[in-house]
Design a binder for this molecule. Structure first.
Ligand SMILES: [Zn+2]
Length: 211
């Protein structure tokens, strides 16, 4: 994985500097793929768009924060501190922080989609490493139902995601119906894995192997 520049932005809530390390190039070597669409790629981490500013604890959309400067990947770390004193990296929000952010109200559907998808993944994270199939809690069910309303069945990606969400909600018949569709070649493996899980009445997130 090659590092990219460190981008410095000014937080719109508190005006302090947020530093973001970027990746120059990476690859999906050693990546794991999951039925809920999450990809864990150690050599190509997902870039979070909604981050918590570690100065003021507010959640901000990183691309909407005004850029103050950029520091090349090979420039000494001290340059960041010198040019942008007190610059701090932002962190990925926790499940509770995403939830609070949603509660404050969302007017933009794309942003709501982003936050609900992260919330879904965050809830499933505990299930990824355990053999137990913990059922969804009331909050997760509510989030997943609201997420379903944001999906468009005529879009293949959305359609597969909808089938997966319904499977995790235990609505197997409806999930199966959505999969009865001619998906693009590169999606058929994931479709087969999900279809098999539906057949076996399994509602838990599962790793898609052999991708
Ligand atoms: Zn801030």
């Amino acid at each position: 994985m090659l590092p990219g520049p460190t981008i410095i932005r000014q937080c719109s809530s508190c005006s302090k500097y947020i530093s973001e390390r970027t990746i120059g190039s990476g690859n999906t070597y050693g990546a794991r793929f999951w039925t809920d669409g999450k990809r864990d790629a150690p050599m190509l981490p997902n870039r979070s768009l909604l981050l918590k500013c570690n100065h003021c604890d507010n959640l901000v959309w990183i691309n909407e924060q005004v850029e103050s400067g950029e520091i090349g990947p090979w420039e000494p770390e001290a340059d960041v501190t010198l040019r942008f004193p007190d610059a701090r990296p932002a962190s990925t929000p926790t499940r509770q922080e995403y939830a609070r952010f949603l509660e404050a109200g969302m007017s933009n559907k794309k942003k709501e989609f982003y936050v609900r998808l992260r919330l879904w993944w965050a809830g499933n994270d505990a299930r990824r490493e355990s053999e137990q199939s913990t059922p969804l809690d009331a909050f997760e069910i509510e989030n997943l139902r609201a997420f379903l309303a944001l999906l468009d069945e005529t879009e293949e990606d959305d359609r597969l995601m909808k089938a997966e969400a319904l499977r995790e909600l235990g609505e197997f018949a409806q999930a199966e119906e959505l999969l009865d569709f001619k998906f693009d070649e590169e999606m058929t493996h994931a479709v087969d894995v999900i279809r098999e899980l539906i057949k076996n009445r399994v509602a838990t997130v599962t790793e898609i192997k052999g991708q």
